[in-house]
Design a binder for this molecule. Structure first.
Ligand code: P1T
Length: 380
């Protein structure tokens, strides 16, 4: 089955009791048992729920994996991955990543004795000297949030495999439409399904997909034991969103390219970060591992001041100033004070997340309306 068919039919079955084409929202916390342990496959909805299971099956299909798990948020999914580790274990993570991931690593798991090293994983040479016998995981986010750096997944996997280290890839910005990390040798693929997978800015959810049975069992254990699951209504909504992932992503990429090229030519704009430019330092890797370049674009203005950036995001009208990304509607954000505020200023500025940076999640509206909106906001 090809990708565009998988997003609609992958691992999906009509409801066995009624033939319902879409899985019903099984809004139940528990399931009747005939005798203790004698049940129809479901005991308690933290452990398993038929609507969530339909979604988890869809996740595994679109990522070309074997086992899918759904969580109450993207961060809950990351939390489950780090809970595979024990005190003393070390993680090498990209230094340009979602601020909430950085906060989870440095303000929660560091206290439990897990050691995190942050480095630019888009420069492969940065990895090797951080590896020692305690290194258990490499955390890749590509494209990175918000600088749109591209990390060569296959190259990271090659180093990791040599050293028996697992590789997890946060595939939120790319989605499996653009790249499938498990195909490139990664062990775990993670999503904030809040974003493109759900696609309509109406649900907060996380996802993991893996191929290895033993790893899947460990993650299912953590999912049930820690309990950060999503509810059946949210599972239904994301399953519905997934069915248009391919057509949405195609349009996000088209509009993203139009906006990035417009900004690059605009006299008030200084730098534009978008992996589709030939001048992007990781463009050749993006071309190799991604089908297209996505709908996320970051930029800074010539004045390079926080005041200018704030004025622009305040003046944009069609681009709503809001956290999050990946919905059908365009959003804009100021990473330094919003999504990446929990990364210390000197750390985030090292990776280019300056006070003058603006991040756009380009939606699937008519691109001419988006261009007009940007033009009027930049003029002011
Ligand atoms: O928000 P949540 O569903 O918990 O997902 C966290 C997360 C993980 N990984 C990446 C790459 C993300 O972008 C996010 C969430 N990001 C935003 C809310 C944002 O505006 O960047």
């Amino acid at each position: 089955m090809r990708f565009n068919t998988k997003v609609i039919h992958g691992n999906q079955h009509h409801d066995p009791s009624t033939g319902a084409v879409m899985p019903p929202i099984y809004q139940t916390s528990t399931y009747a048992q005939k005798s203790p342990g004698d049940h129809k496959g479901f005991e308690y909805s933290r452990t398993g729920n038929p609507t969530r299971q339909a979604l988890e099956n869809a996740f595994s299909s679109i990522e070309n994996g074997t086992y899918g798990l759904a969580f109450g948020s993207g961060l809950a999914a990351i939390d489950a991955v780090i809970k595979l580790l024990k005190p003393g274990d070390e993680v090498i993570a990209t230094n340009d990543l979602y601020g909430g991931t950085y906060r989870l690593f440095t303000q929660i798991f560091k206290r439990f004795g897990i050691v995190f090293h942050f480095t630019g994983l888009n420069v492969i040479e940065n990895i090797e000297h951080l590896i020692n016998s305690n290194t258990k995981l490499i955390w890749v986010e590509t494209p990175t949030n918000p600088m749109l750096n591209i990390i060569d997944i296959e190259a990271v996997v090659q180093i990791a495999k040599k050293n028996q280290i697992r590789v997890a890839v946060d595939n939120t910005f790319a989605t499996p439409y653009l790249q499938q990390p498990l195909n490139l040798g990664a062990d775990i693929v993670m999503h904030s399904a809040t974003k493109y997978l759900g696609g309509h800015s109406d649900v907060v959810m996380g996802a993991l997909v893996v191929n290895d049975k033993a790893l899947a069992d460990q993650l299912y254990f953590i999912q049930n034991a820690s309990g950060a699951v999503c509810g059946p209504m949210d599972s239904f909504l994301v399953l519905r969103g997934l069915k248009t992932l391919h057509v949405r992503m195609q349009r996000h990429c088209e509009n993203g390219a139009i906006i990035a090229r417009f900004l690059a030519k605009h006299p008030k704009v200084d730098k534009v970060f978008w992996p589709g430019f030939e001048s992007h330092p990781n463009h050749s890797i993006a071309k190799k591992q991604m089908r297209d370049f996505g709908g996320m674009v970051s930029f800074s203005t010539r004045g390079n001041t926080k005041g200018d950036a704030i004025k622009i995001v305040e003046n944009l009208k069609l681009f709503t100033l809001a956290e999050s990304l990946g919905g059908v509607e365009s959003l804009c954000g100021h990473p330094a004070t919003m999504t990446h505020a929990s990364i210390p200023k000197e750390e985030r500025e090292k990776t280019g997340v300056t006070d003058s940076l603006i991040r756009l999640s380009v939606g699937i509206e008519d691109p001419n309306d988006l261009l007009e909106d940007l033009e009027q906001a930049l003029k002011k």
